[in-house]
Design a protein around this ligand. Structure first.
Ligand SMILES: Nc1ncnc2c1ncn2[C@@H]1O[C@H](COP(=O)(O)OP(=O)(O)OP(=O)(O)O)[C@@H](O)[C@H]1O
Ligand SMILES: O=P(O)(O)OC[C@H]1O[C@H](OP(=O)(O)OP(=O)(O)O)[C@H](O)[C@@H]1O
Ligand SMILES: [Mg+2]
Length: 302
């Protein structure tokens, strides 16, 4: 076991510029780290913690973690699992520790075919060519399905491959489906679901770095919990309190406060982990509730 003695500054790798960049830096800032970012610079120092940010292409993050070059990384599960499969196949270090699933970068890796094609299932891709940036994830799926197809590996613009005559189908990331639709493709099989992950190098960290990680993780939980929660305040008839509770199933036990001008109504304050839809607010109003406020929560700690 190699214990990290390198530097006392914790190094965190994040995507420099792309889909995960803004939310990665935003999450770390919400956890209390202050960074001064210069667009051109690879390394950013935190001014209030012994932490450095390394800003790289997302494809480099799994390797930097698995080779023990950086301490923490924020990366999509798709890129992580592709790198792990490739490293296993090529006998390179492939160990890492998963610390948290993060609440951004949700997407799926799917097989899609031209909309005019008659497609009746994955077996139709036998002996065909599939364009993808994720050859290991694709082949691992095809192998499980007993299908033999070849890869056309492209690092970008995968969606144009069928029209360009490079492949019969694609295996690409999908979120809203707009990219597929714009390119005349139809999503058929979801092969992998992904979201951003916080990962750590496999060897134990020095005590100084471990202390920072131990402080960071509950803060991430607090930020993510707050993001999916709302603070709800309303005035409710005392006689309708049970119905109010039924309408707000995601809410914790409410705080009930008297109102100065009446004893028929009370103020109800609660934290809810569920979105309060307009329909629910209308139902609350219909049973006599008023002054209904839904507020965002910035941070939470149990
Ligand atoms: N449409 C999407 N919606 C949500 N998350 C996505 C979407 N597309 C990709 N992602 C996630 O964001 C990650 C980064 O996507 P992006 O398109 O920025 O990567 P990239 O072009 O490979 O960037 P880089 O230049 O860093 O290599 C993906 O690996 C995936 O985990
Ligand atoms: O289903 P959709 O909502 O259309 O999203 C899917 C697209 O998003 C990603 O690309 P991105 O827009 O990040 O551009 P890139 O491929 O040039 O990096 C991904 O590679 C798909 O092309
Ligand atoms: Mg990339």
């Amino acid at each position: 076991m190699v214990v990290d003695k390198s530097s006392s500054r914790l190094t965190i790798a994040i995507q420099k510029s792309g889909r995960l960049s803004k939310e990665s830096i935003g999450l770390l800032q919400a956890c209390g780290f202050k960074f001064s970012l210069h667009e051109a610079r690879l390394l950013a120092h935190s001014s209030n913690q012994p932490v450095d940010l390394l800003r790289v292409r997302d494809d480099d993050i799994p390797g930097l973690i698995m080779d023990g070059v950086v301490d923490l990384g924020l990366v999509g599960e798709n890129v992580l699992e592709e790198a792990r499969l490739e490293r296993v196949a090529t006998n390179l270090p492939s160990e890492f520790e998963r610390l948290r699933a993060l609440d951004f970068g949700q997407c799926r890796l799917s097989i899609a075919v031209p909309k005019e094609d008659d497609y009746n299932g994955i077996a139709d891709l036998n002996s065909k060519r599939i364009a993808t940036t994720y050859p290991y994830l694709l082949q691992s799926y095809l192998q499980r399905q007993g299908v033999k197809a070849s890869n056309a590996v492209l690092t970008g613009s995968v969606e144009v491959a069928p029209r360009a005559g490079l492949a019969d189908a694609v295996c690409d990331l999908v979120s809203t489906g707009a990219t597929l639709e714009a390119n005349g493709l139809v999503e058929k099989d979801i092969i992998f679901r992904s979201q951003a992950q916080l990962i750590q190098r496999p060897e134990p960290l020095s005590a100084v770095k471990q202390a920072i990680v131990d402080q960071l993780l509950p803060r991430i939980d607090g930020v993510q919990m707050a993001r999916e929660s709302k603070y709800i305040m309303l005035h409710a008839p005392v006689s309708a309190l049970d119905k109010v509770a039924d309408l707000l199933p995601g809410a914790e036990r409410p705080t009930i406060l008297p109102l100065s001008h009446t004893d028929k109504l009370v103020a109800v304050h609660m934290v809810s982990t569920e979105t309060l839809f307009w329909e629910t607010m209308e139902e609350l109003k219909a049973i006599g509730c008023s002054s209904i406020l839904v507020l965002p929560i910035e941070k939470m700690m149990g």
